[in-house]
Design a protein around this ligand. Structure first.
Ligand code: ADP
Ligand code: MG
Length: 430
């Protein structure tokens, strides 16, 4: 983890007691404990094993409460009342609070959410598989769970199974070791809706992929709904067999983008309300402007600031927020030179730089030219006439048309958006 994370989440931990199987750690408050539990428990556990050669369970306590590692088993005052951690009380494996209701809608996720909703209303028949992709912490796991919840709401008898690709792998390995792989696969084939989270973790695991391929086919052919999440576009999954990647793209591919400021504020407010934190509007917008990487970090920032407020006994106000986030500079939009952008686009599409300026107009060149215009407008901070002049003396109305056209395709077509993202990244726009 980086220094900043360490200072926020590890430095404040105080070891309190150690018995043969439990390490008790004191933390500032309950929110802090849930955050640790959700995000750093594995890391802590691994670090412990590495340092001490054996496992321990963790108990987080704070003034007035405590929480045992593994699951949110709270035991208020009576510290001796040990509860055995239990996982997954519900057999579907779905995470409770990740439902549609708690999912804040914004332009960055509107399409994916609408598609997810549609899938949950007609599982198996509309978009199969439903492939949801996007960067870390943008809501893939949340949305995938929401589908499962909605299916169950419509039909409580439905057999829904949520599994991370990792636990799919682990369960498979275990089943094989215990000679139960047939039973394992049969169990999977009986579900109505299967949700596999983070399929990128199948990369390089040939045996797992092989088995998953068969499960996929069996489910697909019998019209069961398959939902997959991934941090990449299907075709870009390295280390995953082509026939699998291929199938991943058969149905609908939808992506989650980074939320804009309004959506970030709305998410913060929703979260604060759920946690019973009084969050003034100006503080929400300050946090939203400072933390724009992903939603998990956004939630982390809220947890951090409320922990800080309660630790220091200060009110959660703009002053406190400004202090806490002073180190985080607001991101300045990058400005690139038109030459760089032109060269970058041309290289990406395998063209010569001059091609974009020339009169020639194959479909490929025309598209690349439009993309160049769009990027010049967006990242080159140039006016329409300047862009037109730069690209072979074209009229500004041509440039406006190109920008609108690309913007529309970007909104409506996930595949195109992906291409655009790839070009932009490559050129260094984002
Ligand atoms: P991913 O699986 O893409 O890494 P998650 O689904 O785990 O991301 O989301 C990270 C956190 O952000 C979760 O706590 C989730 O509830 C929250 N989150 C993501 N998107 C939204 C949204 N649109 N509205 C409310 N909370 C969201
Ligand atoms: Mg996830």
């Amino acid at each position: 983890m980086d220094q900043e994370e360490f200072e926020s989440w590890i430095r404040p931990l105080i070891p309190v007691s150690l018995s043969s199987e439990t390490l008790e750690i004191s933390v500032p408050n309950r929110l802090f404990a849930s955050w640790l539990e959700e995000n750093y428990l594995d890391l802590l556990a691994n670090a412990w094993v590495e340092a001490n050669g054996r496992e321990t369970s963790f108990t987080f306590t704070w003034d007035g409460g405590g929480m045992q590692g593994e699951l949110f088993q709270e035991y208020s005052s009576d510290h001796d009342k040990r509860v055995t951690p239990k996982r997954n009380v519900n057999p579907s494996g779905l995470i409770d609070r990740y439902d549609f209701e708690n999912f804040v809608i914004g332009p960055s996720n509107q399409f994916a959410r609408a598609a997810a909703m549609a899938v949950s209303q007609q599982p198996g028949s509309l978009y199969n598989p439903f492939f949801l992709y996007g960067g870390v912490g943008l809501g893939k796991t949340h949305l995938a769970n929401a589908i499962g919840h909605a299916v169950l709401q419509n039909n409580p008898e439905a057999r829904v199974l949520f599994l991370s690709a990792d636990s799919f792998t682990n369960q498979l390995i275990e089943a094989i070791a215990r000679n139960k792989s047939v039973a394992f696969k049969n169990r999977l084939r009986r579900v109505d809706v299967i949700i596999i989270d983070d399929v990128q973790f199948l990369a390089g695991r040939d045996r797992t992929q092989e088995e998953f391929f068969h499960v996929f086919n069996a489910l697909y052919e019998s019209g069961r709904q398959i939902v997959l999440t991934c941090d990449k576009f299907p075709n870009e999954l390295e280390g995953v067999a082509e026939r699998l990647c291929n199938r991943f793209g058969w149905g609908l591919v939808a992506d989650l983008q980074s939320p804009d400021t309004e959506t970030r504020i709305a998410i913060l407010e929703r979260k604060a309300k759920a946690e019973g934190v009084e969050l003034p509007v100006d503080v929400a917008s300050l946090i939203a402007s400072k933390v724009d990487s992903n939603i998990r970090n956004l939630e982390g920032a809220l947890t951090r600031i409320s922990a800080f407020a309660s630790l220091s006994g200060r009110p959660l106000d703009r002053e406190l927020a400004a202090e806490l986030f002073a180190g985080l500079a607001q991101d300045e939009p990058k400005v690139l030179s038109l030459d760089d952008l032109e060269r970058g686009v041309a290289t990406h599409f395998g063209l010569r730089t001059g091609d974009l300026r020339a009169r020639r107009r194959t479909k490929k060149i025309a598209e690349a030219r439009q993309i160049a215009m769009y990027l010049m407008r967006r990242y080159g901070n140039a006016s329409y006439p300047t862009i037109g002049a730069h690209l072979g003396g074209r009229d500004h109305s041509t440039v406006i048309h190109a920008c609108q056209c690309i913007e529309r395709r970007r909104r409506e077509d996930a595949k195109f958006r992906h291409i655009l993202d790839t070009v932009s990244k490559r050129i260094g726009c984002v």
